[in-house]
Ligand binder design. Structure first.
Ligand code: FES
Length: 104
């Protein structure tokens, strides 16, 4: 079962590359790439650096602390120190709002 959280205005996300958003118990980073919105954990799975301080290059987010690189759609690690994948979340846009799904 998926619980959908209303976390942001879609236009606000699409007007910039990255936007942090919260839901109870979760901190997300919303990413806008070519008009599509993605949601990942806001912190790096290596040593919990805030990824919003990193760099988005196409579909890859680079962590600011040790330059770990992750694919934003799958969370797969593409480089940097060994660590678990970056958690990713499904996104829906409904009536101009961004909904992020979290599995229960
Ligand atoms: S904290 Fe992100 S790669 Fe180390």
């Amino acid at each position: 079962m998926t619980l959908w959280h209303d976390v942001a205005d879609a236009a606000a996300v699409l007007s910039r590359e990255m936007l942090e958003a919260e839901a109870p118990g979760h901190a997300f980073l919303l990413l806008s790439v070519s008009g599509e919105i993605f949601a990942v954990d806001a912190v790096c799975p290596h040593h919990q650096a805030w990824l919003s301080m990193g760099h988005l290059d196409g579909a890859t987010i680079a962590c600011p602390r040790h330059q770990g690189r992750f694919h934003i759609a799958t969370g797969r690690q593409l480089g940097g120190p060994a660590c678990p994948p970056l958690p990713t979340y499904p996104v829906r846009v409904v009536a101009g709002r961004v909904l992020v799904g979290v599995g229960l």
